[in-house]
Design a binder for this molecule. Structure first.
Ligand code: FMN
Length: 345
């Protein structure tokens, strides 16, 4: 056994990195806890920050937590450990979605480690019009490869298919607007229920497309009546479809990691992204997104990509609100004794 220091500042940095991940409606549906004996971070679902109307099965919650796990992996690697991830490690504890053990760094954590780490602090959703300047093929290939390494597929459909996907998204948006319970649930997350670092501040939302081609989510249901003037969006939007071969909880977690890997890499290349999830929240529309693709795959996200202004920084909960300090006591620096073979490299 050797003594390895995991000081409070580093622990706080790791959790801040996880919290910087995207989450549906910025619900940040996660809790973290460090087991100091094994240097293992547990990532749990926060049952108090869910969306029962839009996400009854918790798929989007799992995708969000998967994104946070990817950030944790990147940050853990950047701080000199090798992240060892177990998804859904305890069938008797379904709220425990993942554990990330900080193991020795004998093996490389993959390419772009430093760049991805830097990007995770800069990545933001950009709901603004993009320039229409094409994203070069080698960049698209890199994004697809990133999704592939996480067990997902990212494809870039042709313009006809993009039009079909946008039409399904617009249909989801119309259904959301007509559904009083969903409307109320979504509105609750604009500016956050009670603020305090949760939800979407009005300034992060962006305008509607004056041509109506790009159905950017109208979180408030009120912007058409004048909250933000409409703007012209890019006439030929670039969409990427993220999908998985199966549709189990573990696939949702993989999809979240793939999504965040893609978004961070896009950020490295100064490519902006926003997510179009409305159709995925209606089972029949989600099924239709898959189209005639064979073998059938389960669509987990539509990502709009392009060049344009960065999105404004979204609010985040403070680390203290999501880090369970019952055993970790994050105030003072700690030295934890870990078994040989788990030390920091
Ligand atoms: C599963 C999931 C679904 C999302 N759906 C949408 C969406 O439909 N429209 C949208 O504009 N943003 C969507 N987002 C982005 C979140 O609103 C965003 O990540 C959150 O507000 C935090 O802001 P940031 O991405 O700028 O850090 C989604 C994110 C996740 C993880």
């Amino acid at each position: 056994m050797r003594t390895v220091a995991l000081d409070a500042a580093t622990l706080e940095k790791l959790i801040s990195a996880a919290v910087a991940a995207p989450s549906i409606h910025n619900t940040q549906p996660w809790h973290y806890r460090l087991d100091p004996d094994t240097l293992t971070l547990a990532v749990r679902a926060a049952s108090e920050r869910t969306l029962p109307c839009a996400d009854p099965a918790g798929r989007a919650l799992h995708v969000s937590i998967g994104a946070a796990v990817l950030n944790l992996r990147v940050a853990v690697a950047r701080h000199g450990w090798r992240p060892v991830v177990r998804m859904l490690p305890d069938p008797a504890d379904p709220a425990l979605l993942a554990t990330v053990r900080l193991a020795d760094a004998a093996r490389s954590a993959g390419p772009h480690r430093k760049e991805l780490y830097e990007a995770l602090w800069r990545r933001r959703s950009s709901r603004f019009p993009f320039t229409g300047h094409p994203v070069p093929e080698p960049v698209r290939a890199e994004l697809a490869e990133a999704a592939h390494t996480e067990g997902a597929t990212l494809r870039f459909p042709a313009p006809d298919e993009v039009a079909r996907l946008l039409a399904l998204t617009a249909k989801g948006e119309r259904r959301d607007a007509a559904d009083a319970a969903r409307r109320a649930e979504t509105r609750d997350w604009v500016s956050g229920p009670g603020g305090g670092g949760l939800g979407l501040a009005a300034g992060t939302l962006g305008p509607q497309d004056a041509r109506g081609r790009v159905p950017v989510r109208d979180f408030t249901g009120a912007r058409r009546t004048g909250m933000l003037p409409s703007r012209l969006f890019e006439p030929r939007p670039l969409l990427a479809v993220l999908s998985t071969p199966h549709d189990r909880r573990v696939d949702w977690l993989r999809a979240g990691q793939a999504l965040e890997h893609v978004l961070l890499l896009a950020t490295v290349h100064r490519v902006r992204a926003s997510l179009l999830h409305q159709a995925l929240e209606w089972p029949d529309l989600r099924g239709a997104l898959g189209g005639a693709e064979r073998p059938a795959r389960h669509v987990q996200m539509l990502v709009r990509l392009g060049y344009g202004p960065p999105g404004p920084a979204g609010a985040r909960l403070p680390v203290q609100a999501v880090l369970d300090t019952a055993r970790t006591g994050s105030r003072a620096p700690h030295s934890y004794t870990v078994p040989a073979g788990q030390q920091r490299g």
